[in-house]
Design a binder for this molecule. Structure first.
Ligand code: B12
Length: 212
């Protein structure tokens, strides 16, 4: 069944993918296992794109399917992890300027949400000024910046610097992520830490707001 689900995502059979995922969840499958399967399926779509077998419309379609799967899985994760109903803390998240990739960022958002954080997602292609403006109003303890393009490392750095200039840097922990992000990129941007996946994003946020 898991293989069928994987194939349905990779082949963009939307209805089948949603139905199979629902069945898996109702049958008691660990939602985290499904999240991992979704990630692998998107990687396969990416490989096919790189080989010239898939094109941009297929990637966008995959993004739409992923959003629906994420919503469905989130409800289940909530059942498992939600405890008292109060929030652990606030996280402001977005994909940085000049980058419109959001599949991974959305997974991070829903995992944080499912783990009891109040998450404000600004979307994609978010300028540093917008992050600052929103942070002043929302007052998050944690900010998450996502980027998939190497070209977006500079906007990521600019965003961290903007927090510094706005005098907010010492009040906020910043985590960065996205497939090309590693220790070096994290250091380059001046962020506090980076996470390789949504589970690490949640661990960092918990560590920082003291709710581990
Ligand atoms: C899907 C996709 C698209 C879709 C995006 C749909 C969407 N809604 O996001 C579309 C078609 C729109 C797209 C467009 C483009 N894309 Co594209 N795309 C991809 C693809 C195939 C998959 C990315 C993805 O979703 N991965 C799956 C998710 C789950 O993984 P993830 O994002 O890494 O997220 C995980 C972790 O990194 C982490 N994480 C993510 N964010 C954060 C944040 C924090 C705070 C933390 C802690 C963790 C974290 O947790 C996530 C879950 O585990 C990759 C290739 C690949 N194989 O990766 C290319 C890729 C990223 N794209 C690429 C390019 C070049 C483009 C375009 C410029 C193409 C073009 N010519 O127009 C445009 C970009 C336009 C722009 N300004 O951004 C290149 C980038 C190359 C580079 N060195 O910069 C890649 C690598 C493909 C390639 N090999 O050429 N793309």
């Amino acid at each position: 069944m898991q293989e069928q689900l994987y194939n349905a995502i990779v082949e963009m059979k939307e209805d089948e993918a949603l139905a199979l995922a629902r069945e898996e969840l109702e049958g008691g499958r660990d939602p985290l296992e499904l999240v991992d399967l979704f990630r692998k399926a998107v990687e396969e779509v990416g490989d096919r794109y790189e080989k010239g077998e898939y094109f941009l419309p297929e990637l966008m379609m995959t993004g739409q399917i992923m959003d629906q799967l994420a919503e469905m899985t989130k409800d289940k994760l909530k059942d498992e992890y939600e405890d008292s109903g109060k929030t652990r803390g606030k996280v402001l998240i977005g994909t940085v300027k000049d980058d419109i990739h959001d599949i991974g960022k959305n997974i991070v958002r829903f995992m944080l949400d499912a783990n009891g954080f109040e998450v404000k997602d600004l979307g994609v292609d978010i300028a540093p000024e917008k992050f600052i403006e929103e942070a002043k109003q929302f007052e998050p303890q944690v900010v998450g910046l996502s980027a998939l393009l190497t070209l977006a490392f500079d906007p990521m750095k600019d965003t961290v610097e903007a927090f510094e200039k706005a005098g907010l840097r010492n009040k906020i922990k910043i985590m960065v992520g996205g497939a090309p992000v590693d220790d070096k990129v994290c250091e380059y941007t001046g962020a506090d830490a980076w996470g390789k996946d949504a589970v690490e994003a949640v661990s960092l946020a918990k560590k920082w707001v003291g709710g581990a």
